[in-house]
Design a protein around this ligand. Structure first.
Ligand code: ZN
Length: 543
């Protein structure tokens, strides 16, 4: 997801950004433990002038734990007309935010149960009926973080990924786009059209979406569609007809971005990629295989950092999903970081550097976030997770890990992490284990100091030239209120006929180091490439 760039320090991104306006979000229900949803089949219909739906959601789930006689789904608002279990009418109870269904008999662990919920009404949230910027009606789902429950019964938590099929009956002259592969499109009686999309892999509920509106559709490129290839991923844009031109500009690098992550991280995880202009809340939302962009973002038509960010999410967040909300950095930190990696590898190191520096500035200017660790189970309102810890600090954690391990080890680890957890869920410990196995290094200290503790290092250095010994004497202090960090600190020294760099390991709040040099340095720079999150300051000469 693309969050609003509020800080002036990141204002150059504002052109491409917007979003994440806070909203009333019901507390996420405790994750279900009695069932694992395998698939949703969501059939729904509405007319052009409607803001109401008539729907049937069929949920296929597998019973876990000790077995159960009833199952509970998240569902807010709407009127439930009836519920069937395995085709027979079933008793149900509707609570404020839930639907409890009696199975009729006890289901044993491993049993598969099919529950069909028939319902109708005006979704209060999650499925947004709105006129778009040009005054025409449009319907777009907008689930993040847990607003799918406003329009279909679900286990609305990222730990329970599932397949989804959308069967949407909409006005005949609208286009309907959704997660997954297009299965069927046919005209029906009464000026209506049925469009069916189905995923071939489980995806998080918060990315199960469809959009329906007057949209112009255009192919932008393809991945692996040549003769003899065993896959074909088409990349398309679905935008308001008035904004076709701006969309082509905004999305012009999308095929290149997809191909880059495909080769760097591992195969693109889905059947296709649709880039969709939508009238929903966020500047960009990484819905699996159907990314939704804010209509204003597309109308402006420039600044593709948001496009790179949302495309990176297809790998991280969508294909490899954070099992708990408190590990959201595995989605947002990764998407933020890998967007900058795209520019770094495509000749725009200046932009990559600006993204990194502005991320640092944004984090340091967020005292509320600085006071909390990245892995933070405190926020009750999930919108608070859209913060500088999960995005900006998370991106820095990856950058610094790459510096620590080196490119080859780091990217090998990323590829293995993706291969192991693709279409599943992960926690930070899973990433740590993979990185430890690949590198042969114990990394608990690293994940601990950067992710499980709040704050950042504030480094002060003093140095002096010892002419007698031919050494540069260096004193490093960590003056932050948080415990001392283990850090690789790079120095650059230049003098007559030499310019050298060396990295010193800093541990503890005070440390001394020596560096033999060919002569007196005329210039010494500390952390010259800004590789450490937090200020590194030369405070003066050694006494
Ligand atoms: Zn994001």
């Amino acid at each position: 997801m693309w969050q609003r760039s509020a800080s002036r320090l990141t204002s150059y991104l504002v052109a491409a950004a917007l979003c994440a306006a806070g909203g009333a979000v019901t507390p996420s229900a405790a994750p279900q433990s009695v069932v694992d949803v395998l698939s949703y089949r969501i059939s729904l219909e509405f007319g052009a002038a409607d803001s109401a739906i008539r729907a049937v959601t069929e949920i296929t789930c597998q019973v876990s734990g000790d077995g159960t006689e009833r199952v509970r789904f998240d569902l807010v608002g709407l009127i439930v007309d009836s519920v069937k279990v395995a085709g027979a009418n079933a008793a149900f109870g509707k609570g404020v935010g839930s639907l409890e269904v009696e199975l009729g008999e006890r289901a044993a662990p491993g049993d598969t149960v099919v529950v069909a919920v028939f319902y109708h009404g005006n979704p209060e949230d999650g499925l947004i009926f709105r006129r778009n910027a040009y005054g025409r009606p449009a319907v777009f789902a907008d689930n993040w973080p847990d607003r799918a429950r406003y329009w279909f019964p679900s286990v609305d938590h990222p730990r329970d990924k599932a397949m989804v099929e959308f069967r949407v009956r909409a006005p005949a002259d609208w286009e309907v786009v959704a997660s997954g592969r297009l299965v069927e499109e046919k005209l029906l009686d009464g000026d209506a059209k049925l469009t069916v999309w189905a995923t071939e892999h489980p995806i998080p509920v918060y990315t199960m979406v469809f959009g329906a509106a007057d949209l112009s559709v255009e192919e932008l490129g393809a991945l692996g569609c040549e003769v003899g290839s065993d896959r074909c991923v088409r990349i398309t844009q679905w935008v308001y007809p008035e904004d076709e031109e701006q969309a082509r500009v905004l999305f012009r690098r999308a095929p290149e971005i997809v191909a880059f992550f495909d080769s760097l991280i591992g195969p693109f995880p889905y059947e296709k990629l649709a880039l969709v202009q939508s009238s929903t809340r966020y500047g960009g939302m990484e819905n699996a295989s159907a990314i939704f962009f804010g209509e204003g973002v597309v109308r402006r038509g420039r600044g593709d950092v948001v496009v790179a960010h949302e495309i990176a999410h297809q790998w991280f967040g969508d294909a490899v999903t954070e099992r708990e909300w408190s590990h959201l950095w595995l989605a947002e930190g990764f998407a933020t970081y890998f967007a900058s990696v795209f520019y770094e590898f495509h000749g725009d190191e200046t932009l990559a550097r600006r993204l990194r520096d502005s991320a640092e500035a944004r984090y340091l200017a967020s005292p509320q976030d600085v006071a909390r660790p990245v892995i933070d189970s405190l926020p009750a309102n999930l919108m608070e997770l859209l913060n500088a810890n999960n995005y900006q600090k998370g991106a820095w954690v990856l950058q610094m890990l790459r510096q620590l391990l080196g490119d080859e080890m780091f990217f090998t680890g990323i590829r293995r992490y993706y291969a192991e957890y693709r279409h599943g869920t992960a926690l930070t410990a899973d990433l740590q284990r993979v990185m430890e196995e690949v590198s042969g290094r114990e990394l608990d200290w690293y994940f601990d100091q950067w992710l499980r503790r709040p704050g950042y290092p504030q480094v002060e250095t003093r140095h002096a030239w010892d002419a007698g010994e031919g050494t540069l004497e260096l004193h490093v202090s960590q003056v932050q209120s948080w415990p001392a960090y283990r850090l690789p600190l790079t120095l650059e020294a230049a003098g007559a006929g030499f310019s050298l760099r060396r990295t010193f390991w800093v541990e503890g709040s005070d440390s001394r180091h020596q560096w033999s040099l060919p002569g007196e340095p005329r210039r010494v720079r500390v952390d010259p490439d800004n590789e450490i999150l937090g200020p590194v300051t030369v405070v003066g000469a050694l006494d």
